[in-house]
Design a protein. Structure first.
Length: 142
C-alpha cells in the first residue's frame, strides 16, 4: 500500500536516500521538497560503470518501488532514471543529479487534498459554527 499523505511520502523518500549523497540533496527543505529531485539523487547512487551508466535490474526494481512510495508514476520514474544515466554518459557529475533542470518535465504527485478542497471544508465548518451560535443566542434570548 502506498503512503497516503505527503509527509509519509517525504519520510519514505528521505529514508531511502543513502549516506553518500551530498548534504544539500539529503537535507531538503520541507517547503521546497521535490520528490523528483530526491529520486534523481537516489538514482545517482545506484548508477555503476562510469560512462556505461548501468543500473542493475534488481536496483532498478528497488528504485521503482521507492518512486512509487514517493508518489511518482512509473513513467516519470523511468524518465528520471534515463536522465541520470544520460548525465553519466555525458560525463556530468552525478552528485548534482537532483538539481538537473530537465526535472521540470516530470509531473509531480498531486496532493490528495487540494488547497481549494481544504479551504471549502474550513469555510463550511465555520459557517455551520456561526449558524449554531446564532441559533443558541436566539433560543437563549427568546
Amino acid at each position: 500500500m502506498l503512503p497516503k499523505r505527503n509527509t509519509e511520502r517525504r519520510d519514505v523518500a528521505t529514508s531511502l536516500r543513502p549516506r553518500n549523497v551530498p548534504e544539500a540533496a539529503r537535507e531538503l527543505d520541507d517547503a521546497a521538497f521535490n520528490p523528483a529531485q530526491a529520486f534523481a539523487a537516489l538514482v545517482a547512487t545506484h548508477v555503476e560503470g562510469g560512462r556505461a551508466a548501468i543500473v542493475r535490474p534488481e536496483n532498478r526494481r528497488g528504485l521503482m518501488r521507492a518512486a512509487a512510495a514517493a508518489g511518482l508514476r512509473p513513467f516519470d520514474a523511468t524518465l528520471i532514471i534515463a536522465m541520470v544515466q544520460d548525465r553519466a554518459r555525458r560525463g556530468e557529475p552525478l552528485a548534482e543529479s537532483g538539481t538537473d533542470p530537465r526535472l521540470v518535465a516530470v509531473k509531480l504527485p498531486e496532493s490528495k487534498f487540494p488547497l481549494a478542497t481544504v479551504a471549502s471544508a474550513a469555510l463550511t465548518v465555520t459557517l455551520a459554527a456561526c449558524i449554531f451560535a446564532l441559533a443558541i443566542g436566539w433560543l437563549a434570548g427568546a
